[in-house]
Design a protein around this ligand. Structure first.
Ligand SMILES: [Cu+2]
Length: 107
């Protein structure tokens, strides 16, 4: 598809989305200085949270009480999770149990 045709297709898509309808978003949580930032993040159903380890040399993980979990994240590595249903999803870091966070999905 040419760039011009693609641009027109995107314009058409934008025109078909009614005003006031929220599109799914990606929101970021930084992992830095031994903490999740922000520790509590509020999103809408369908949004995706991206955790980015911005430490220089410390690895972390993201382990949810509901069973979801990341691999160990080395510096500059990311983990993504999409949340489709409203609810609260507390999580922590396995090697640093004092590192806690929560994803709050609000309808
Ligand atoms: Cu950690």
């Amino acid at each position: 598809m040419s760039r011009i045709v693609l641009g027109l297709a995107l314009l058409g898509l934008a025109a078909t989305v009614p005003a006031g309808v929220a599109l799914a978003e990606k929101v970021a949580v930084r992992i830095d200085k031994g903490a999740f930032d922000p520790a509590v993040i509020k999103i809408r159903p369908g949004d995706t949270v991206v955790w980015l380890n911005t430490e220089k040399r410390t690895s972390h993980d993201v382990v949810f009480e509901d069973g979801g979990r990341s691999e160990r994240l080395m510096p500059d590595e990311v983990f993504e999770r999409r949340f489709d249903a409203a609810g609260r999803h507390p999580y922590r870091c396995t090697p640093h149990p004092q590192m806690t966070g929560e994803v709050v999905v609000e309808p």
